[in-house]
Design a binder for this molecule. Structure first.
Ligand code: DGL
Length: 270
């Protein structure tokens, strides 16, 4: 149960952050569902990748990110990053207290599949941090779910997506190597537990020949934010989507991706 927040207004923006560029896929989903919200994105590029860092390091990095988003007046902050959601959600919730609503990328999808996928065998792929933390498993147990979760760390995928996305042969090889692992045999669905993986959703669907459901958690997170803002009377009727993009270390590629994803020019601030 989230405590009632003080002094929040519907005109305040939604803050979304990730370790880097990957969370823009999540921001896009949120903006598609809530086109009249103002959205501020923070990519912690100076500390990318989070997936191989310790929980305490991720907590320290994300505290600064969240402080920046609070300074920007965000009413809701979404942790788009799975690794940060696993390592730092409880810590950040305490840090933020009643200054804004904090949502992680993991809870909404688990609440949704606990209802829709009872008795099913579900695969999960993610970074070493996300899988090693076993946060998905613990949260499913707390929901009294009988879903059988089969988790596999797939650490090569993030760097392959960053550097080899154009080389489908290499991507397909790595996808095949990981998804053929016995841990993921006979699953009914696969959760893409990392912001980068939607970029290779097509290759993953092809690996399963369309026979296995692929679950992208960003849709459940966006729906959760919409429901929360509706219930709290905080929906903004006058916003314009992505407004500001902050990074902690400048990267040229960011501006290109934003142009491609959002069809607008946004100055990258840092
Ligand atoms: N954003 C991270 C996640 O969703 C992947 C990239 C990283 O390791 O920082 O887990």
């Amino acid at each position: 149960m989230i405590a009632d927040m003080i002094k929040l207004k519907s005109s305040q923006p939604i803050g979304i952050f990730d370790s880097g560029i990957g969370g823009l896929t999540v921001a896009k989903t949120v903006i598609e569902l809530l086109p009249h919200e103002n959205v501020i994105y923070f990519g912690d590029t100076a500390h990318f990748p989070y997936g191989d860092k310790s929980s305490s390091a991720i907590q320290e990095y994300t505290k600064h990110v969240v402080d920046k988003l609070l300074d920007c007046g965000c009413k809701v902050i979404l942790i788009a990053c799975n690794s940060a959601s696993a390592a730092a959600y409880d810590f950040l919730k305490q840090h933020i207290d009643d200054r804004a609503y904090l949502i992680n990328i993991i809870d909404p999808i688990l609440q949704s599949i606990a209802k829709t996928h009872a008795h099913k065998k579900i695969g999960l792929i993610g970074t070493r941090q996300t899988i090693g933390s076993n946060v998905y498993g613990q949260k499913l147990r707390a929901l009294n779910s009988d879903i059988q979760l089969q988790s596999l760390a797939t650490p090569l995928l993030v760097s392959a997506i960053e550097t080899m996305l154009h080389n489908k042969k290499v991507i397909n090889e790595i996808v095949k190597e990981y998804l053929s692992n016995d841990i993921l045999s006979d699953i009914d669905a696969l959760i893409l537990g990392c912001t980068h993986y939607p970029a290779i959703e097509k290759e993953i669907i092809e690996f399963y020949e369309g026979q296995t459901e692929i679950i992208n958690p960003s849709h459940a997170a966006a729906a959760h934010i919409k429901q929360l803002l509706t219930e709290k009377n905080l929906l903004n009727p006058n916003g314009h989507g992505l407004e500001h993009v902050y990074v902690s270390d400048y990267m040229d590629s960011f501006a290109n991706v934003i142009r491609l994803f959002f069809d607008k020019e946004i100055a990258i601030e840092y």
